[in-house]
Design a protein around this ligand. Structure first.
Ligand SMILES: *Cc1c(COP(=O)(O)O)cnc(C)c1O
Length: 393
């Protein structure tokens, strides 16, 4: 995914300035500092470049799921505050501590492993408590909270850890008015207060994801953790927050040809030409992240004009109908599969709503032969990389 070949048949072009600008939108809406979430290779945008762009756009710190993701950012020279929050019994806490990576723990067992690692490294760990206030996923279970709080106090007293933050994650962030959001905030505040009563002071508390950051500033506490919004997608389908989509996925037109009325197209002939027409083959398929469920139900755009996809999405190729006049489309033209709607393209959100998923899944599914290229300058002084990126549309 990292090569910068400008002529790649399938390109995911990432606008770094869009990422930087989107951080500003979130910051303004939430009214507090922003942690840019770059887990899962920055939702398919490239973790290192996206983290740099987000920091350039005013993000205060960076969040990831796994310690391995944080270590990769450190190795790439990102020296700001990093936090990782999803662990297994094999997680390299010693490596995280040595690299000054913050660790958010979800159980007394994880805390004990972090404390043991801190002792072995001979350096205190920076620890946050991820509290399950009702999401029912990772986070310290209510049944284990009191024990965790006591253990945190003991670890702080021993000097094995520095306590950083209490944090939690919302179950209904994308439903701003859901009363459960407020309940979760109250539970998080109670957990923070219980820790304080044991002498463990949280420097900061954070709860909101993108959706809550943009719609519920009253829940923000001291920081918001924004992922999808910094990539320019709306965390609440259909609502416009003034974000700019950062990724444009574009495929080359490999072949243009005439077909006759009655000719079936692609596997199982899901579509048959009703009249003589011209079709184009785009060189990207489900192996690259175009969901097969989108067969016949998406509309790539060429030079700002959308064309209907026809027939099955295949592993390597999709077909669009150019119409009887061929629409002036030529082999070698580039078709935007999804991108910024302002350019006339469909968005990742359009694809998501068509197949009943969320744009997060569309973005993170881009893979296979898609090559990334970068445009914009935010956080980047690698002019070499931008030369290639500038060619892709
Ligand atoms: C992924 C994640 C986020 C970011 O969520 P978005 O909806 O993309 O803003 C924030 N916090 C935690 C704990 C996460 O896992």
């Amino acid at each position: 995914m990292e090569a910068m070949t400008p002529a790649a048949a399938l390109t995911a072009t990432i606008d770094l300035d869009a990422i930087a600008g989107n951080v500003g939108v979130v910051r303004a809406a939430a009214g507090v500092p922003v942690m840019a979430v770059v887990k899962a290779d920055a939702y398919g945008h490239g973790a290192v470049q996206s983290a740099r762009a987000a920091l350039a756009g005013g993000a205060s710190e960076i969040g990831v799921a796994h310690v391995t993701e944080a270590l990769e950012l450190r190795a790439a020279g990102i020296d700001g505050t990093l936090t990782a929050w999803l662990h297994t019994p094999d997680t390299d806490f010693a490596g995280a501590i040595a690299a000054n990576i913050g660790i958010a723990i979800s159980s007394p067992r994880q805390l004990a492993a972090v404390v043991a690692a801190a002792r072995s490294v001979g350096q205190p760990a920076t620890v946050s408590a991820k509290v399950d206030t009702g999401l029912g996923r990772s986070g310290v279970a209510p049944e284990e909270w009191t024990q965790t709080a006591r253990d945190l106090a003991a670890a702080v007293a021993e000097g094995a850890i520095t306590f950083r933050a209490t944090m939690s994650h919302l179950a209904f962030g994308d439903e701003p008015e859901n009363p459960f959001n407020t309940l979760q905030a109250q539970r998080l505040d109670a957990a923070t207060a219980e820790l304080a009563s044991l002498g463990v002071t949280a420097e900061i508390t954070h709860l909101a994801n993108s959706a809550a950051a943009l719609t519920r500033p009253d829940l923000a506490r001291d920081m918001v953790r924004a992922g999808i919004a910094i990539y320019g997608c709306s965390p609440i389908p259909g609502r416009d927050f003034g974000l700019t989509p950062a990724m444009t996925l574009a495929a080359e037109v490999g072949l243009v040809k005439k077909i006759s009325a009655g000719q079936g197209v692609s596997y199982s002939h899901l579509w048959t030409a009703p009249e003589d027409t011209v079709i184009a083959i785009l060189t990207a398929g489900y192996a690259d992240g175009i969901p097969r469920l989108l067969s016949g139900a998406f509309a790539p755009s060429i030079a700002g004009r959308q064309y209907s996809s026809v027939g099955r999405v295949c592993m390597d190729q999709v077909v669009i109908n150019l119409g009887a006049d061929g629409g002036d489309v030529r082999e070698g033209d580039r078709a935007v599969l999804f991108g910024a709607p302002a350019t006339g393209a469909q968005s990742a959100a359009d694809w998501a709503s068509t197949i009943g998923t969320i744009d997060y899944e569309i973005l993170t599914a881009v893979r296979g032969r898609a090559q990334r290229a970068y445009v914009g300058t935010a956080g980047s002084n690698q002019v070499d990389n931008l030369a290639g990126g500038g060619q892709a549309q």
